[in-house]
Design a protein. Structure first.
Length: 381
C-alpha cells in the first residue's frame, strides 16, 4: 500500500515539470497573439433605386418595364474590383415614378468601397395608350450607367438611377391600309450615390418622393453632359432609297460620358411596297406618303442601326449594349448608310421604306447621360 506513493509523487513531479517548461516556452515567444486577428470590414446596406420622368405620346397611362440581371461594379477598399450580381427582377410602372423613387433591390457592400457603374437588363416593355396595350421595343437590352461620386461612406446608402426615357411612336399602315403604330423606348440615364436614405428604403418595392437635393444633383449630371458632349458635325444624304447619316461627337469635358443612341426627327417620304394582282398577274405596287416621323438609332460599335418596326434587326452580330463611351477629349463618328425599312417578317420584302426629303431640315437628338440636339439638312447625292 505504501509503495504506490512514490509513483504518485513521481507523476506529480513530471506534470509540474511539463507545466514549468510550457510556461517558460510561451514566456520566451515573441509578443504576438496566439490566434490571428482577422480584420473585419463594416458593411453598408446598399439599395438600388429608380426614378423616371418619361416623355411619352399623348394618351399614355402606363409604361411597364420588366427588369432583370442587376449588377453593381464595386471597387473595394484594397483597390480590387468586380461586378457584384444582385438577385432582383420585377416589373415597374414607370409612370408611377414621376418625382418618386422605387427600391428595386438591396445588397451589402463594404464601407469605403466605390460603386462606379450599375448594370441592368430590360426583359420586356409594354405601354397602355388610349386604353390599348402595345409591345414596346427597347433601344438596348442591357444598359450600363455611370455612377457619379460613387463612394459608399454610410451604413445606409444607395444608388439612384434616373432612367429618363422617350417613348417614340412610329406610324405606318399595314397591308390593308389600316394605320398601325410601333413604339421604341429610347433612354437617357444617369445615376448618383444617395447617402441620406431611411431603413424603409432598403425594403424592395418602397416608393417615396424624391428629395429636392437629389433632384438637383441628377439635373447637374445631365447639365454636365449637355455642356461637354457636343455634336461637332453631321450629314444626311439620300440616294434612291438609301439613307446616309454621319454624326461626329466630341467630349470636351474632363470626365467620361456614355452615349446610348440617337433619334432623327422630321418629315420623311414613306414608300409602301405591296404585291397587287392585276390582269397581267402579280406586280409590285409603290405608293408614297409623307409622315412626320422620329426614327431611333441604336449604337453598334461606331455603326448606327435604325430601330424601325418589329423586325428591325440586321444580319450579323449586334451588341446587346447599345452604347459608346467617350473619354475626355475623345471624338467618335457614328455612321449609317443603308435602307431604312419596315419589314413584316425576317428577310421578306419590306412593307415600307423611309427616306429623308432633300432640302428638308431634320433634328438629331443625342441620347445618353443627358441630351444634345443638332439640325441637319438632307441633301441628294
Amino acid at each position: 500500500m505504501y509503495q504506490r506513493w512514490p509513483f504518485k509523487y513521481g507523476l506529480a513531479a513530471v506534470t509540474a515539470a511539463i507545466a514549468i517548461i510550457a510556461v517558460s516556452l510561451f514566456a520566451n515567444l515573441p509578443n504576438t497573439p496566439l490566434v490571428p486577428t482577422i480584420p473585419t470590414v463594416e458593411g453598408a446596406t446598399f439599395a438600388v433605386m429608380l426614378t423616371d420622368p418619361p416623355t411619352v405620346p399623348a394618351g399614355t397611362t402606363q409604361l411597364n418595364l420588366t427588369y432583370t440581371d442587376i449588377a453593381l461594379h464595386v471597387i473595394y477598399p484594397n483597390g480590387t474590383a468586380e461586378w457584384v450580381p444582385v438577385d432582383a427582377e420585377g416589373t415597374v410602372n414607370l409612370f408611377s415614378l414621376i418625382n418618386m423613387t422605387q427600391t428595386l433591390a438591396t445588397v451589402t457592400v463594404p464601407i469605403n468601397s466605390t460603386v462606379d457603374k450599375v448594370q441592368f437588363s430590360i426583359a420586356n416593355v409594354t405601354a397602355v395608350i388610349n386604353d390599348e396595350t402595345y409591345d414596346v421595343t427597347a433601344l438596348s437590352e442591357t444598359f450600363v450607367v455611370k455612377v457619379v461620386n460613387g463612394a459608399v461612406n454610410k451604413t445606409l446608402s444607395g444608388v439612384l438611377i434616373d432612367f429618363n426615357p422617350t417613348l417614340v411612336q412610329i406610324q405606318a399602315t399595314d397591308e390593308n391600309d389600316a394605320i398601325v403604330f410601333y413604339y421604341v423606348l429610347v433612354p437617357s440615364a444617369n445615376a448618383i450615390i444617395v447617402d441620406e436614405i431611411t431603413s424603409a428604403q432598403t425594403r424592395v418595392g418602397t416608393i417615396i418622393e424624391i428629395g429636392e437635393h437629389n433632384r438637383v444633383r441628377l439635373n447637374r449630371v445631365q447639365e454636365e453632359f449637355n455642356k461637354n458632349v457636343t455634336i461637332v458635325s453631321a450629314t444626311l444624304t439620300v440616294n434612291g432609297n438609301t439613307t446616309g447619316l454621319s454624326v461626329t461627337l466630341k467630349n470636351e469635358g474632363d470626365i467620361t460620358f456614355r452615349i446610348f443612341g440617337l433619334t432623327l426627327h422630321g418629315e420623311f417620304n414613306s414608300t409602301q411596297n405591296r404585291w397587287k394582282l392585276s390582269g397581267h398577274g402579280w406586280r409590285m405596287e409603290h405608293r408614297i406618303k409623307r409622315y412626320q416621323q422620329t426614327i431611333p438609332f441604336r449604337v453598334n460599335d461606331t455603326s448606327l442601326i435604325p430601330v424601325y418596326g418589329a423586325f428591325w434587326k440586321p444580319a450579323g452580330y449586334v451588341n446587346p449594349f447599345s452604347s459608346v463611351t467617350l473619354n475626355p477629349g475623345e471624338s467618335v463618328t457614328l455612321t449609317f448608310n443603308d435602307v431604312i425599312a419596315l419589314y413584316t417578317g425576317w428577310k421578306q420584302d419590306p412593307l415600307w421604306t423611309v427616306t429623308p426629303i432633300a432640302g428638308n431640315n431634320y433634328t438629331i437628338r443625342l441620347m445618353g447621360e443627358g441630351f444634345q440636339t443638332y439640325t441637319v439638312t438632307a441633301t441628294a447625292v
